[in-house]
Design a protein around this ligand. Structure first.
Ligand code: CA
Ligand code: CA
Ligand code: CA
Length: 362
């Protein structure tokens, strides 16, 4: 990017014309001999090989009929407030996302204030793609959202909490037809500076799909048998290699790695678990940064209690006297559950009754 200051007037030019990244500015001194200040900045990559050539040429106005056409006007509009452009080389990308090729890695930054980055790439029908950020500078915590044909995938951090890795990764299947996916990247740390840099890359990865997204076990009685095992079916490309972990000791899987197709056996081991509702996760990983989760719930009920522990008998019978003894009227007038055990010998979680039998006419 070329900046020229002459007589206090500043001219800026990025590209001299479409199709070239070179810059050109033409100026004319109308106030005699003056000093001209030229500044050259780079919007691209830096390195020892990143050379360029700078020319300053005098242009003499041609006499004759064209003498009135002295010098061409400056090729760039005056921009007195302009400063060196420290945005990444893929800006502006707000209204029209900058193209990123599948397999390409781009270095971008979050600058200026409020900057978001957008990248688009062509997807082929039936393929699986991974968009991931890496090499995050201090002050950068990427959040990644990919949209394709109205579908949307999001990720903040693919690494577990405590790893200090705030990079993002989204893996998604393209539809059955070719399309254009758009990745939007924002900085959750809200730091905006030329040094708030990171890399964004797009890869094609092996496909992985599951036959379900969640599993529910139970209810099972605490201390009793495990609920029946369930299974997860894994499908994908022949090149797929996945591994899986669970978030809780009670949630057990076998196998924990494989290819496609695979069948995973899922056990909810309730040994030692008190009653309650449990939640766990099976996390599949493949292609380094791709993740897919299956949510698992488990319901553990209170321990099962058999009838003879309750003291409550079905079909309470009061056999008081023989058939035909009409002189005795038998009437159960009250069978009331009371709140407290009758004695300390009555175990908790049992039911006690007071049976009052009123005999009349004796
Ligand atoms: Ca940017
Ligand atoms: Ca931007
Ligand atoms: Ca993040």
């Amino acid at each position: 990017m070329l900046t020229v200051i002459i007589n206090g007037q500043e001219y800026v030019n990025d590209d001299r014309q479409d199709g070239t990244l070179a810059s050109e500015i033409g100026v004319q001194s109308l106030a005699g001999d003056v000093q001209v200040f030229i500044q050259v900045t780079n919007r691209g990559q830096f390195g020892p090989q990143m050379g360029y050539q700078l020319f300053v040429q005098e242009m003499v106005p041609t006499p004759g009929p064209t003498a009135t056409q002295t010098l061409p006007p400056p090729t760039a509009q005056p921009d007195p407030t302009s400063t060196p452009d420290l945005r990444d080389a893929f800006e502006p990308d707000e209204t029209t996302p900058t193209v990123i090729l599948v397999g390409e890695t781009q270095t971008r930054n979050f600058f200026p204030q409020g900057d978001q980055d957008n990248a688009s790439f062509i997807t082929k029908g039936g393929r699986f793609y991974q968009v991931a950020t890496s090499n995050l500078a201090l002050g950068v915590d990427t959040f990644l959202r990919v949209t394709l044909d109205g579908a949307q995938w999001e990720n903040d951090d693919y690494a577990p909490a405590g790893t200090g890795n705030f990079a993002s990764s989204v893996c998604f299947p393209a539809a059955s037809v070719d399309g254009t996916a758009v990745a939007n990247i924002t900085n959750k740390m809200q730091q905006f500076s030329p040094s708030a840099a990171y890399n964004i890359a797009v890869l094609e990865v092996p496909a992985l799909s599951l036959n379900l997204d969640q599993l529910a076990f139970g209810p099972a009685a605490a201390g009793g048998a495990n609920p029946p095992n369930q299974s997860v079916q894994i499908f994908g490309d022949s090149t797929l290699s996945w591994s899986a972990v669970t978030s809780a000791p009670w949630l057990q899987i076998s196998p924990n790695q494989g290819g496609a197709p695979s069948l995973m056996d899922v056990t909810a081991n309730i040994t030692g678990l008190p009653q309650g509702t449990y939640e766990g996760t099976i996390t599949f990983s493949w292609a380094s940064l791709c993740r897919r989760e299956v949510k698992v719930t488990l319901q553990v009920d209170p321990p099962a209690v058999s009838n003879n522990q309750t003291g409550q008998e079905n079909g309470l019978v009061l056999a008081m006297g023989r058939v035909g003894e009409t002189a005795v009227s038998r009437r159960l007038i009250l069978a009331k559950q009371i709140a407290q055990p009758l004695t300390s010998a009555v175990p908790l979680n049992t039911v006690a009754f007071v049976i009052i039998v009123e005999l009349q006419g004796q």
